[in-house]
Design a protein. Structure first.
Length: 372
């Protein structure tokens, strides 16, 4: 099924895969994860004063940077610059940029007639809840690893306090002993998407959005595209690579999407260098003006009518505080381990023209709906 999706995406024969780690190491890791799966958590261990202080520090920093999509996105990038071996943090930065774009799209001039005010609010809350939930789960892990590099401490004990899945403890312990960026990235992709499915999509009202016809229509028309700007085109437009997310409600599909995006970002030198330069040069605002100034504007719609109004996140939406999510561990089946085995082998796809076509399609649909 998935190979057919990639074939459709690339227009080539079914994609091949490559192992993330060798068979022997995977076998060892699988045994460790199986033990985690069948052993109950030990919540009886007491914390020393300095350990309690560390927990408080991590909680405070996570809460501070979890204010909105802009602060989260910057936090991922700042962390990656301090810890470049943690590839996932840079991937998260770029995917979070796209999350911000999708949030502000709801207030863009291309969508003025597509959704009611109430529906825009619902879509925003779903996107914000998902973006925030991933940060709440992932950022403490990143900070704890960073602290553990400077001073050894029982990482597993701290992960438990932050309700991190048991799935991640052997992964982080392995990474501390022998850093393997693709394995850690794959594990974090799996963990965050499974967590999102269990704690947000399955157990909150936000999951209802994925069953909405208009959300499915956006997928069908290609408006859920994740883009990576990687090179200036004719000195004005950044060229784009990435992919269109299909069947977002399926966690298996989201995991494979994350793996493809990681491969696109880190396995192609041109893309990696170009995206890195873009991230360094362009501060994330949430407006699509960040990468295409000649097409989008964050100024008021009447100021430059020939451009698409794409507001900044801070202009489009107020900060929103959520109640804590249930701390249920998604790691309940041995079959989840198999997702750690392989990455897809893919080539860069230039999406620049496709995205330009989508912009025009969306403007036409919006105009048609205003007439109807």
């Amino acid at each position: 099924m998935f190979s057919q999706y990639v074939q459709k995406l690339l227009g080539k024969p079914p994609v091949k895969t490559k192992p993330i780690i060798d068979a022997e190491r995977f076998g060892t890791l699988k045994s460790q994860l199986q033990k985690e799966l069948f052993h109950p958590l030990d919540e009886s261990k007491a914390f020393l004063p300095e350990e309690t202080a560390l927990v408080k520090s991590v909680r405070t920093e996570t809460a501070t940077m979890n204010r909105n999509n802009v602060t989260r996105t910057q936090a991922y990038l700042s962390y990656y610059r301090r810890n470049p071996e943690v590839h996932w943090s840079f991937l998260a930065h770029m995917v979070s940029r796209n999350g911000g774009y999708h949030m502000t799209d709801l207030k863009s001039s291309s969508m003025t007639h597509l959704f009611s005010k109430e529906d825009r609010q619902k879509f925003f809350l779903f996107l914000e809840r998902a973006n925030s939930a991933v940060f709440t789960d992932s950022f403490p892990q990143l900070l704890l690893y960073e602290h553990s590099k400077r001073r050894k401490f029982p990482l597993r004990k701290f992960l438990q306090i932050f309700h991190i899945s048991r799935f991640m403890a052997p992964i982080w312990e392995s990474f501390l002993n022998e850093p393997h960026s693709p394995l850690l990235t794959s594990a974090l992709i799996i963990n965050e998407q499974r967590m999102l499915q269990e704690r947000v999509i399955n157990r909150t009202r936000h999951g209802e959005i994925l069953r909405r016809l208009d959300f499915q229509l956006q997928e069908l028309l290609g408006f859920t595209t994740v883009i990576f700007p990687y090179a200036k085109k004719q000195g004005r437009l950044y060229s784009l690579t990435g992919l269109t997310v299909e069947r977002f409600a399926d966690p298996k599909q989201r995991i494979e999407t994350g793996k493809i995006l990681y491969q696109l970002l880190f396995q192609n030198p041109t893309v990696f260098q170009g995206v890195g330069q873009f991230a360094k040069a362009v501060h994330h605002t949430g407006s699509r003006e960040d990468y295409w100034k000649s097409i989008f504007t964050s100024e008021t719609p009447s100021a430059i009518e020939c451009k698409v109004y794409s507001p900044t996140l801070l202009d489009a939406w107020n900060d929103h505080t959520f109640f804590p999510l249930p701390s249920i561990d998604w790691f309940t089946m041995e079959s989840f381990i198999e997702d750690l085995q392989t990455f897809p082998i893919i080539k860069k796809v230039d999406l620049t023209n496709k995205v330009l076509e989508n912009i025009q399609q969306l403007k036409n649909i919006n105009k048609l709906k205003s007439i109807i």
